[in-house]
Design a protein around this ligand. Structure first.
Ligand code: MG
Length: 266
């Protein structure tokens, strides 16, 4: 099932997105029983498919991206966190910071994993039993604040408001037999700047869930961003950074297309 969150009549709802376009109303809880009423509804505004409880990210998790970053492949998943207040809806703008200014705002296409139940010390063979589904994520990053202004951590440079577009739909695990073989791309304007497969991941989803849940309790609604492939803007020659008026699309096979315009913070 493809689950979307949206506004209709001024209130928030969950719906089932059908392949031919219409949305039918879902009743229930995202992490509990969900019932498809079959009733078609008008989506007035699409929202990010959930408000994540936590956003936990994996850095340097694609072989070619680690290489373009000048890093050795890590021995364990590189973990950092992103503020959940950074979530942005599909279609709403990524804002370039102008108060705490950045001129080096970059895109990162990522497969986002949505955790379905509280878990701790999950074994890799049980990992998918704790996953609700997948959506597209963009781990937008201010490289200047990531590298130099973050006190040695990546949290600041990656947690500006609007720096975590998610969506448009959560595709449940039953529809994706192998999330380790999905094409993943970033398109800025008419340029395809990232074009890879999740098969290039160093640590696959079971390994990530096992490792993260061994050091912390994961709760329903935790989103794990699983890393970005090669082709990010800072590593290109010449570098490419997001500019006002750009349109950024993260596209993952069988998961969806997440598009956001880029504007300056006012
Ligand atoms: Mg990332």
């Amino acid at each position: 099932m493809k689950i979307v969150r949206f506004l209709c009549g001024g209130s928030e709802h969950l719906g089932r997105l059908h392949d031919d376009g219409p949305v039918t109303l879902l009743e229930g809880d995202l992490f509990g029983p969900l019932h498809d009423t079959g009733r078609k509804v008008e989506v007035e505004k699409l929202l990010a498919p959930l408000e994540p409880r936590d956003i936990i990210c994996v850095g340097l998790n694609y072989k070619k991206h680690a290489a373009e970053s000048g890093a050795e492949p890590p021995l364990h998943p590189v973990m950092f966190m992103k503020n959940s207040g950074a979530v942005q809806n599909p279609g709403d703008p990524i804002l370039l910071p102008r108060r705490l200014r950045s001129d080096r705002v970059d895109y990162e296409a990522e497969l986002a994993v949505v955790i379905s139940k509280t878990c701790h010390n999950v074994r890799r063979e049980d990992a998918f039993a704790h996953v609700l589904g997948y959506t597209c994520g963009n781990d937008v990053s201010a490289r200047d604040w990531q590298r130099n202004g973050g006190g040695g951590q990546w949290c600041r440079g990656k947690s500006f408001a609007t720096f975590c577009p998610l969506g448009p739909a959560i595709v449940t695990t039953d529809e994706i037999s192998d999330p380790g073989k999905l094409g993943i791309r970033t398109i800025v304007g008419d340029r395809v700047l990232q074009d890879c497969s999740t098969a290039d991941m160093i640590f696959d989803i079971p390994a990530i869930v096992e490792f993260f849940s061994a050091s912390m309790i994961l709760r329903p609604g935790t989103v794990i961003l699983t890393g970005t492939p090669h082709g990010v803007g800072f590593a290109r020659n010449p570098p490419v950074f997001l500019q006002p008026g750009d349109t950024v699309t993260v596209e993952i096979d069988r998961i969806g297309r997440l598009t956001n315009p880029v504007a300056e913070e006012t």
